[in-house]
Write a protein that binds this ligand. Structure first.
Ligand SMILES: [Zn+2]
Length: 356
């Protein structure tokens, strides 16, 4: 059965790094033509009925070349060991470079790519067949502890922040990307982190708890007025990576009316955390099933992480979303459920977070 009619919105991609050396050497123009090197470009998005998602601005630090190499080698140990913090003074410039790429994509897109600032704009993009791009920080290194930059980036279109990546910053503490450890690996948010949560609530900037450690998660849960959002994480019960969420965390997300976007990275899917083991789509479906059973169908979506990931067999890039929808259909999900997973839940949660 053709399941390509479900328009997809997802909680995480690293597409912007395809244009950022040394990780990627692409030109923004290539995004609209496509090529064999990338997991996400416009032609693949069209084939997969990918209607948009969170475009992450990750802050490359001094170890970025090493990280790029570790990703290319598929070296999980090397990557998990890299946790060098990026001081604010070093973060602003690469952040501006990546944000400029995002705006450049919109500028040259002839209306095919739009940075969305409201839920109404997001819904409009789905109708108009425009790719809806959500400007998101994956780690807030480029925001000063006094939050001046937050005001400026908000005016520029920032609508979501992940407080940390898998390293520490002046707002909080990240979890490593390894396997077999607990996510409860350090203190909670700093005072600046708590101020960040409060100001994001006031402005209507979504807060993402993926990559945050366990105490930081509960600090967000206890201080935010918004539904809890984990943009790209899976179930710790099925794969003991600290990047995944424990059952009590899943329960808290559901209780606040929030959402978890299921991550497609096989290191967070298979039970021994391997980055190499060929992992079938059915394993991704098992994580989705588990979270749906635990939280309810209204609290699960997708957060593919396409851009830099070893993905399940037969799902090498974003064009293959219809295969996942077909697998979920086979598993018993009906039209209404598939619609919620595809983008309905994301739209509802972001509308609740942003207002209109
Ligand atoms: Zn991530």
């Amino acid at each position: 059965m053709n399941e390509s009619r479900f328009r997809i919105f997802d909680g995480h991609n690293d597409s912007l790094l395809d244009f950022f050396p040394p990780f990627g050497d692409g030109q923004p123009e290539e995004f609209f033509v496509g090529n064999d090197r990338w997991q996400l470009d416009l032609p693949k998005a069209r084939r997969g009925n990918f209607g948009g998602g969170y475009f992450a601005v990750y802050i490359p630090g001094e170890d970025f070349a090493e990280i790029a190499e570790a990703i290319k080698r598929g070296d999980s140990d090397a990557l998990a060991a890299i946790t060098v913090p990026v001081p604010y003074a070093d973060a602003a410039y690469p952040a501006l470079q990546l944000i400029a790429i995002l705006f450049r994509l919109e500028e040259i897109s002839e209306g095919q790519f739009k940075i969305v600032r409201t839920a109404a704009e997001m819904a409009q993009c789905f109708e108009n067949n425009q790719l809806a791009a959500l400007f998101h920080f994956e780690g807030c290194e480029a925001i000063d502890p006094d939050l001046n930059a937050l005001e400026v980036f908000y005016q520029a279109g920032l609508r979501s922040v992940g407080i940390v990546h898998s390293r520490n910053n002046h707002f909080g503490y990240g979890v490593p990307m390894g396997f077999g450890e607990s996510p409860d690996n350090g203190p909670g948010l700093t005072d600046a982190g708590l101020r960040l949560v409060k100001r994001c609530n006031e402005l209507g900037i979504a807060i993402d708890v993926s990559h945050l450690n366990y105490k930081g998660f509960w600090d967000v849960a206890n201080h935010t007025d918004h539904p809890l959002i984990a943009t790209h994480s899976c179930a710790y019960q099925l794969c003991n990576s600290p990047r995944n969420l424990m059952d009590d965390q899943l329960d808290a997300v559901a209780q606040t009316g929030g959402i978890v976007g299921a991550n497609f990275f096989i290191g967070f899917l298979n039970e021994e955390g391997s980055w190499e083991k060929p992992t079938p789509i059915s394993r991704l479906v098992e994580h989705i099933d588990y979270m749906v059973e635990r939280m309810g169908i209204d609290h699960v979506g997708f957060g593919s992480d396409y851009g830099v990931i070893p993905a399940p067999v037969d799902m090498p890039d974003i064009s293959t979303y219809p295969l996942l929808m077909a697998a979920l259909r086979e598993r018993g999900y009906d039209d209404e459920a598939l619609h919620k997973l595809a983008h309905g839940n994301w739209l509802r949660v972001l509308r609740a977070t942003w207002g209109e």
